[in-house]
Design a protein around this ligand. Structure first.
Ligand code: HEC
Length: 137
């Protein structure tokens, strides 16, 4: 009986990434640093997040994307990671950039070909900041 339960658990872990709206923690999540994440979020050159989003703890914020206040109350770390990595997976028409994907990019500047906008560590640092900063008032 025990092994049937274990097989079910393994199966659901394997299918979760492919079939739903979650992206499991990467190896870099162990070293995630919310302060580095905060710096990336406010950096217009590297990420531009604040051009479109109001984010708790940041003075400036845009209104083209959803306000990220209370984000961690409505979404899990895995769901937040998924939305930053490639928002096109949920909405192919979105104008939010896919920060951790190299799929479907055209005419990319030579030094950046094959590279994601965020590094794996950068993605995890941002998730760490958003998780703590958006817990609510
Ligand atoms: C050009 C505007 C733009 C930029 C830049 C942008 N976003 Fe977004 N973001 C959006 C829009 C629009 C949505 C809504 C998703 C959709 O289009 O369906 C969204 C959705 C999200 C969501 C899901 C919010 C929810 O409540 O479901 C998160 C989390 C998020 N963005 C984080 C980020 C982070 C972190 C960055 C920077 C690394 C970023 N965004 C950069 C426009 C942007």
């Amino acid at each position: 009986m025990k092994h049937i339960w274990f097989a079910t658990l393994l199966f659901s872990a394997a299918t979760a990434w492919a079939s739903s709206d979650v992206m499991p923690a990467t190896a870099s999540s162990a070293n995630a640093n919310p302060e580095r994440g905060r710096k990336l979020l406010v950096n217009r050159q590297e990420t531009g997040c604040v051009l479109c989003h109001a984010i708790p703890g940041m003075k400036e914020g845009g209104e083209m994307g959803p306000n990220l206040n209370g984000l961690s109350q409505r979404l899990s770390a895995e769901q937040i990671r998924y939305r930053i990595a490639d928002p096109r997976l949920l909405n192919p028409q979105t104008f939010m950039p896919a920060y951790f994907s190299t799929q479907g990019l055209h005419n990319v500047a030579k030094p950046l070909i094959g590279k994601t906008i965020l590094t794996e560590q950068g993605l995890e640092d941002i998730v760490a900041y958003l998780l703590t900063a958006t817990k609510g008032p």
